[in-house]
Design a protein around this ligand. Structure first.
Ligand code: ATP
Length: 509
């Protein structure tokens, strides 16, 4: 059974109030599609990225073919030779059809718009954004009012994609935020890459792009990595970095941003092993998101239908999405990570466009064979991942002073522990400060000597701090402290000199 969706407004408000996420350049009214991370959000996102790097690049896993997993890292530039994007198909191909509303000036992705109305000449149609229940209800109300009816007629009224409308039907269609029909333009292509100029001259010869994905930096360096290290197929190259897309409709908080971070792996394999490595990566990646706290039924794995597959996905292996049920997508899910078999498309494209052709092929000494390796690509978003962690963690509890607590997995929690002296006197602060200084060498911990203990717990609950250690009068006699657990609110005493090791173990668990 799916639980009640959480309120996105409340989550956004908490993010702002406690310093997880702010609007970029907020003092100037912000800028649509750009977000800043505050102190707590920065630690949270960093924990996510560090865990990914640790579990991928430093993994000791054994792959499906019995080989130990071998993945190395790269850190490539955001601006690359623009020919990279011709080879990858982004220049010319990286488009979303877009629809503008002449009345409201709003802009929509054509494939996100649906229309409600009768399929008959002269019937009025009402557009709404798919998955937006409020908009759908508004469209339905407007239709009923226009047709002077109390309810929809299941035989006449239909929901159809906007992209299926004829030009005549478009003239009878009312936009989601418009009053008059016929104000939506026909879908137009819109290149999502941000353009800039490199060097002093602003002419066509100096045009360059901000990368729309980190993957191409990896493909373009494939030969460099093979020639400079001892990697042998099967192996992977991983990268974490910024990507930029001039999204038509940035929305849903950080979910669809114009500047965001990706965590991508290109895993190079012999073509005959695509199927087993694809399945292995898909399952590994799903289990990974579970391991960092998205363990409930809000996480799902969705294998793509054959007709959804991208131009490079070949038969045999496939494409799947790891999806999270965000409050704004519920009851549906939104993509966190895609795992795709990209065949040898990218390596071939770069070999062709760079003129390196057969020289770019990989020589497999064991098989005595020269070929373009196939690629399994697990491609995740660090911002969507962070947003999923925030949404999953947000837990209401009217019995607590804070009314809400953030149930982060200890490994993800931005602050691992609070350290408090019970009272700000009698030698307790000195002992607590010593414990704080000791823990701080290894983890992000906070020292808080102010206010009542209840208020201090409440602050830590909202930040999602899993443990609080309190130094009290008994500490001075028996060298023990209380530890309070965030989720159960249970307390126990542990020896002060065991605290550091205890905390390490909890975070690793
Ligand atoms: P969507 O269909 O939602 O636009 P996509 O399929 O284009 O996503 P990919 O190109 O596969 O996304 O990118 C891989 C990952 O990068 C996504 O799973 C997502 O986590 C992240 N990502 C993509 N676009 C954005 C964005 N505009 N804002 C934040 N994260 C994004």
């Amino acid at each position: 059974m799916a639980s009640e969706p959480k309120s996105m407004d409340e989550i956004v408000a908490l993010c702002r109030r406690r310093g997880f996420i702010f609007q970029s350049s907020e003092i100037y009214g912000g800028i649509n599609g750009f977000w800043d991370y505050g102190p707590l959000g920065t630690e949270l996102k960093r924990n996510l990225k560090n865990a990914w790097w640790q579990d991928i690049v430093r993994s000791s896993a054994i792959g499906p073919t019995g080989d130990p997993l071998h993945v190395v890292g790269v850190d490539c530039t955001i601006i690359m030779n623009p020919r990279v994007w011709e080879a990858s198909g982004h220049v010319g191909g990286f488009n979303d059809p877009m629809v503008d509303c002449r009345e409201s000036k709003a802009r929509y992705r054509a494939d996100h718009l649906q229309v409600l109305g009768a399929v008959e000449p002269a019937a009025r149609l009402y557009a709404f954004i798919a998955n937006d229940d409020d908009q759908r209800e508004r469209a339905q109300k407007a239709l009923l009012k226009y047709e002077r009816r109390d309810s929809l007629d299941a035989l006449r009224h239909q929901v159809r994609p906007f992209t299926a409308l004829s030009p005549d039907e478009r003239t009878r269609c009312v936009g989601p935020d418009a009053k008059e029909p016929g104000t939506l333009t026909e879908p137009r292509q819109f290149n999502l890459m941000f353009k800039t100029n490199v060097g002093a001259l602003e002419d066509p010869s100096s045009i360059a792009y901000l990368r729309p994905e980190t993957a191409q930096g990896i493909f373009a360096n494939f030969e460099n990595v093979v020639n400079s290290t001892r990697v042998r197929v099967p192996f992977g190259i991983a990268q974490i970095g910024k990507a930029f897309r001039n999204e038509v409709t940035p929305r849903n908080f950080t979910f669809r941003s114009r500047e965001f971070e990706q965590m991508e792996i290109e895993f190079f394999i012999h073509p005959s092993q695509a199927k087993e490595w694809y399945g292995w990566w898909r399952d590994q990646r799903f289990a990974w998101w579970q391991s960092i706290g998205l363990a409930g039924d809000n996480l799902q794995l969705r294998e793509h239908e054959k007709d959804e597959l991208a131009h490079y996905a070949k038969d045999g292996a496939g494409t799947s999405d790891i999806e999270y049920r965000f409050p704004f997508t519920a009851p549906d899910f939104g993509e966190l990570e895609g795992v795709a078999h990209r065949s040898d498309f990218d390596l071939r494209q770069h070999a062709e466009h760079s003129g390196r052709r057969d020289k770019a092929k990989y020589f497999d000494a064991e098989r005595n064979e020269r070929y373009f390796p196939h690629v399994i690509e697990p491609s995740a978003g660090a911002d969507r991942g962070t947003l999923a962690l925030l949404c999953e963690a947000y837990t209401k509890d009217p019995s607590r002073a804070s009314g809400v607590f953030m149930r982060f997995h200890p490994r993800m929690a931005p602050v691992k522990a609070g350290v408090f002296p019970l009272v700000n006197k009698d030698g307790l602060p000195e002992v607590a400060e010593r414990l704080f200084a000791d823990l701080r060498k290894r983890h992000v911990v906070e020292y808080d000597p102010k206010q009542t203990i209840g208020k201090r717990y409440a602050r830590m609950d909202e930040a999602g701090t899993p443990f609080c250690f309190t130094v009290d009068a008994d500490t001075l006699t028996n060298q023990s402290v209380t530890v309070r657990h965030r989720d159960s609110q249970a307390q126990e005493r542990i020896a002060m000199d065991a605290v550091a090791a205890w905390l390490d173990a909890q975070i690793r668990a």
